[in-house]
Design a protein around this ligand. Sequence first.
Ligand code: 3PG
Length: 214
Amino acid sequence: MTSQETKQQQIAEILALAPVVPVVIVDTVAHAVPMARALVAGGIRSIEVTLRTPAALDAIRAISAEVPDAIVGVGTVLDATQLEAARVAGAKFAVSPGVSPKLLDAADASGLPLLPGVATVGEAMHLLERGYRHLKLFPAVPVGGVALLKAWASPLPQLRFCPTGGIKPETAHDFLALPNVACVGGSWLTPKDKLTNGDWVGIEQLARAAAALR
Ligand code: 3PG
């Protein structure tokens, strides 16, 4: 197997763990471990911690060290420096909202498997050429949602997607019913108020409901 084939296999396994990958914004490092434990207790093991706050890398480090059943990934990766910093912090996979040539080169050189974001057929074709088989559709609902994924299934049968952006618990099953959808991403499992209030029971309940979506 080539290195990219190995990484695609790893991504496939990560996306198969649950119907939903939570997209998390962590403001306070101390929230990271109890949040991850609550998600895992609810049946959600893959967790995407976005690089949108100063706490993000420390949150990844803490989850990686203290929650062995979680598969912590890094989200909102925009460049090679962020990719490497997240790998060193303990991330097991990376997610980007889109792609750039430099980021793809860095991903090829890195041990971290990347789930890159696309919004057009041209981007999807470019990633196919580079050996990718699993892509994030972003932002899923604004760019066409279920109708777009149905339209892409026939010309792009090699690809499976993790649509993310604008998906809600009530609409997730419409995406999960599609044969070219591996899972969906969403921020609804870790709402800001529950994180701020330390409502880990509430997060576990949201995770349990998400894990039961399929
Ligand atoms: C994001 O950009 O934060 C993710 O795509 C999650 O989107 P959502 O908040 O619509 O679930």
